[in-house]
Design a protein around this ligand. Structure first.
Ligand code: PLP
Length: 394
């Protein structure tokens, strides 16, 4: 008998994958330029030239036995120090290599944190709208997910619901800012209030509640929006970072966990994360790209196109009567759908060759995710299709 949970996970097709297949089929029928595929969060801009140049230089110059050999399970020590130096220079901290664990993207970073922290019966709090894989990761760690309904006015946090949800079973809280799918960035006031509640509740229950921050979109913030560095506000924060979006490298699978020095019982928590990495087989992230990412850690791709696209869509959609909370970052926005049933709305959108993801999968029905990491030309041309869609509801 196979593991039924795994069979189910491996067989269910994601809505996004289905849309992707539909898009390919429509493109063959009517031409790719007439399909507005806003379904997938794959960066549309290339990595900075320095990424390929660094990779080529390392291949040419480094001893291949070292370059292609095993690194330490937690990542090459020099790489971890370079990442620490980059964080320190940006946030005025003084972390060392021993606070970093290099991972196969943010996905593995989250899994290592969750598996390292959770025991059976523990609960992990997540705020809607949320990245759907959180549920898979949390349940994979033997814990259960407790979902806080969305604050649909601003996509910040409904603190009343949050406080009521915390109990002695709460092991951790996951936050994702800038947020997939809403594009919202948590304000400093939101982070301060979150930290204050977590401090009070940790004291009340006599055990730490960890804050896991999932930050693949940290660098993609618009118009001077400040993305607070959360470990400064709450001691028991574990940061999960990834270069998938900032350096447009999702296929290379590189990220890290930062376990700040202030985390209580730092060395034990780090050991638990390393143990989880070992038990999951998530050791030694790819060696070449560990080095490339560390050497390019202070750079980003030219992410300005995402803000251009956001501005065009914000204006176009609000003019058409859509209700949209303006994103502070990422390459997503999350407007309300023009009928309560977001799945039916996205089906209707397909009639106009607009591929949009229903909000229900993000725990927030009545909304749809638009992933605008596409060519600006595509965004501009899509407005006509959005107009036809809006008209169908008048
Ligand atoms: N977290 C969020 C919110 C994401 O949107 C993604 C990817 O889209 C991930 C985590 C996983 O990122 P990675 O490619 O680094 O594993």
């Amino acid at each position: 008998m196979l593991n039924e949970r795994m069979v189910a996970l491996g067989t269910q097709r994601s809505v996004i994958r289905e849309l992707f297949e539909f898009g390919k089929q429509r493109a063959a029928e009517i031409g790719a330029e007439n399909v507005f595929d806003f379904s997938i969060g794959n960066p549309s801009v290339p990595s900075p030239d320095a990424v390929n140049e660094t990779a080529i230089r390392l291949i040419k110059e480094m001893d291949p036995v070292v370059l292609h050999g095993y690194t330490s399970a937690q990542g090459d020590a020099g790489v971890r120090q370079m990442i620490a130096d980059s964080i320190n220079s940006r946030f005025g901290t003084s972390y060392g290599a021993d606070s970093l664990y290099v991972t196969v993207g943010a996905a593995a970073a989250l899994c290592c944190c969750l598996n390292g922290l959770c025991n059976p019966g523990d609960e992990v709090i997540v705020f809607a709208p949320y990245f759907p894989e959180y549920k898979v990761f949390i349940e994979g760690a033997g814990a259960s997910m407790k979902l806080i309904p969305a604050d649909i006015e601003a996509f910040q946090i409904d603190f009343k619901a949050f406080e009521e949800a915390i109990s002695s079973k709460t092991k951790a809280v996951i936050v994702n800012s800038p947020n997939n799918p809403s594009g919202a960035v948590y304000s400093e006031a939101t982070i301060q209030k979150l930290a204050q509640i977590l401090d009070a509740k940790s004291a009340e229950y006599g055990q730490p509640i960890y804050l896991i921050t999932d930050e693949p979109y940290r660098e993609i913030a618009f118009g001077g929006t400040v993305v607070p560095f959360i470990p400064k506000y709450y001691a028991n924060t574990l940061v999960c970072y990834s270069w998938s979006k900032s350096l447009s490298l999702p296929g290379e699978r590189l990220g890290y966990i930062l376990v700040p020095d202030r985390v209580s019982e730092h060395d034990l928590v780090y050991a638990a994360i390393a143990g989880a990495g070992r038990s999951l087989g998530y050791v030694n992230a790819p060696g070449l790209f560990q080095r490339v990412c560390a050497m390019c850690a202070d750079m980003t791709s030219d992410i300005s196109v995402y803000e251009t696209n956001k501005d065009i869509l914000m204006k176009g959609l609000t003019d058409l009567g859509f209700h949209v909370v303006e994103p502070g970052g990422t390459f997503y926005m999350f407007p309300r759908t023009l009928e309560a049933d977001d799945v039916a709305f996205c089906e209707k959108a397909k009639e106009y060759n607009l591929l949009l993801v229903p909000g229900v999968g993000f725990g927030c029905p009545g909304h749809t995710r638009i992933s605008y990491c596409v060519q600006t030309e595509t965004v501009k041309r899509s407005l006509d299709a959005f107009e036809k869609l809006a008209k169908a509801y008048r």
